[in-house]
Design a protein around this ligand. Structure first.
Ligand code: 6PG
Length: 471
């Protein structure tokens, strides 16, 4: 550090929206000298107001902002993912020097991050993709952070990240994920799992409401009770609370006046796309993505309900059986996400430590859950575990949930209660735990019409049969 750097700031934030401001305030709370930049004067004023105890300074002039930072400079970008990231980088580049570090903390697509890492490397700049999870509250008081990029550059900022991240005991919910775009990749899969668990909770709500006839108040009690046991998680906790909230404009529960059409920003879809690319099935996550999309066909759904008639979806399952189904499916959603991470690690040479990833997901992030301790333990024993289902401890847990899961899924299917995520999760399990699948027939069909050849179980080599003549 140059001597005149001593009065300068350690770290600068670009983008002083709620997330950027909150993360900066979190850093200032931990004693770091930090500053921020935003084109919008209102955001600077908000930062200075909210950070007045820390004397936080905001800049509207990018050159002055860059000049206010110690070298090598560390810049965190918290701007909307997409082209804005590229335009900010273009604006910054002429002002930066070799060795400076840019950390993109938005939900950028990992392929964009790859491109940016390569482009900036040519100028001697380190580019980091860092997923941050936990929303506004997390940014302010402790998020889970997934940084990927150059390891030496990471060491420059490690102390800041360790200080601001959420803690489980004394363990910070941040670790060096790996090279290149691995941080953004891991955050994307985190979001895929987030979509799956949200969908499972929505389906459990549908079962309790339309299958068992429970009121919102009853559902609150069920979810609250579940959250006191093995299903404990952030998403279950906030979901339970939703059932208590009243609409301020009507007498109704707020949930009842919300349209049944779910939106998304795309990270779940990216996870599904990559899983297809890597040929690594994640059906629970895929169903969660598809069902958000299906929900948008409201008019069609209403007219088809008229056409086919409203179903009597009353079912006879116990809340304990549904709890088993939820636990089983939640475990499977994590298992699929981690399976995808293991495959990506091989394919993209990320060298991911799945135990470390489970460890930093235990606090601060949206998918934090008590069960992550079991995942951490499983991968801690064997970080090269091919699939979470292969761990003996997890197998015991799953065995205990299967009877209730089968009862729940079959009751819903028999009554016409749509449960795409629960149903596909169970059938995924049944397939992945089957030694001989009927896929030999697909090979025979391919060879029949296209001479695509097949392999035999009794000898090595590739074979073709003259199916027309043999039949
Ligand atoms: C997090 C979240 C967050 C995400 C929102 C909205 O980890 O804090 O994943 O990054 O942007 O949950 O995502 P969708 O709009 O796609 O539902």
């Amino acid at each position: 550090m140059a001597s005149n750097d001593l009065k300068k700031y350690k770290l600068g934030m670009i983008g002083l929206g709620t997330m950027g401001r909150n993360l900066l305030l979190n850093m200032a709370d931990k004693g770091f000298s930090v500053t921020g930049y935003d084109k919008d004067q209102k955001m600077i004023a908000k930062l200075e107001e909210e950070g007045k105890e820390h004397n936080l300074e905001g800049f509207g002039d990018i050159e002055k902002f860059i000049d206010s930072l110690q070298t090598p400079r560390t810049l965190i970008l918290l701007v909307p993912a997409g082209p804005i990231v590229d335009s900010v980088i273009a604006e910054l580049k002429p002002l930066l020097s070799k060795g400076d570090i840019i950390i993109d903390s938005g939900n950028s697509h990992f392929t964009d991050t790859n491109r940016r890492v390569d482009e900036l490397e040519k100028d001697g700049l380190h580019f980091f993709g860092m997923g941050i999870s936990g929303g506004e509250e997390g940014a302010r008081f402790g998020p889970s952070m997934m940084p990927g990029g150059d390891k030496q550059a990471y060491n420059v900022v490690k102390e800041v990240f360790d200080a601001v991240a959420a803690k489980v005991g004394t363990d910070p919910c941040v670790t060096y994920i790996g090279p290149g775009a691995s941080g953004h990749f891991v955050k994307m899969v985190h979001n895929g799992i987030e979509y799956a668990i949200m969908e499972l909770l929505a389906e459990a709500y549908g079962i309790l409401k339309n299958g068992l006839g429970y009121s919102n108040q009853d559902i609150y009690k069920v979810f609250k009770k579940w959250n006191e046991g093995r299903l404990q998680s952030f998403l279950l906790e906030i979901t339970a609370e939703i059932f208590l909230v009243k609409d301020t404009e009507t007498e109704s529960d707020l949930l009842d006046v919300i349209k049944d059409e779910a939106r998304s920003k795309g990270t779940g879809k990216w996870t599904s796309e990559v899983s297809m690319e890597l040929q690594l099935p994640i059906p629970t996550i895929n169903e969660a993505v598809s069902n958000r999309d299906l929900s948008k066909f409201k008019k069609l759904r209403v007219s088809l309900e008229e056409g086919f008639g409203k179903k009597d979806t009353k079912i006879d399952v116990t809340v304990a059986e549904l709890e088993d189904a939820f636990y089983f499916s939640m475990i499977s959603a994590y298992a699929q996400g981690l399976h995808l991470l293991a495959q990506a690690s091989k394919e993209y040479q990320y060298d991911l430590k799945l135990d470390e990833i489970a460890k930093i997901w235990r606090g601060g992030c949206i998918i934090r859950a008590t069960f992550l301790a079991d995942i951490y333990k499983a991968y801690g024993k064997d970080n090269s575990l091919e699939h979470l289902f292969a761990d003996a401890g997890i197998q015991e847990i799953i065995k205990g949930t299967l009877a209730g899961t089968r009862r729940t899924v079959s009751a819903c299917i028999n009554s016409g209660l749509g449960i795409p995520a629960f149903a596909s999760t169970l059938t995924y399990f049944d397939t992945i735990s089957t030694g001989r699948m009927p896929s030999n027939l697909i090979q025979a069909q391919r060879d029949f019409f296209g001479a695509h050849t097949f392999e035999r179980i009794d000898k090595d080599g590739v074979f073709h049969a003259d199916w027309n003549k043999l039949s």
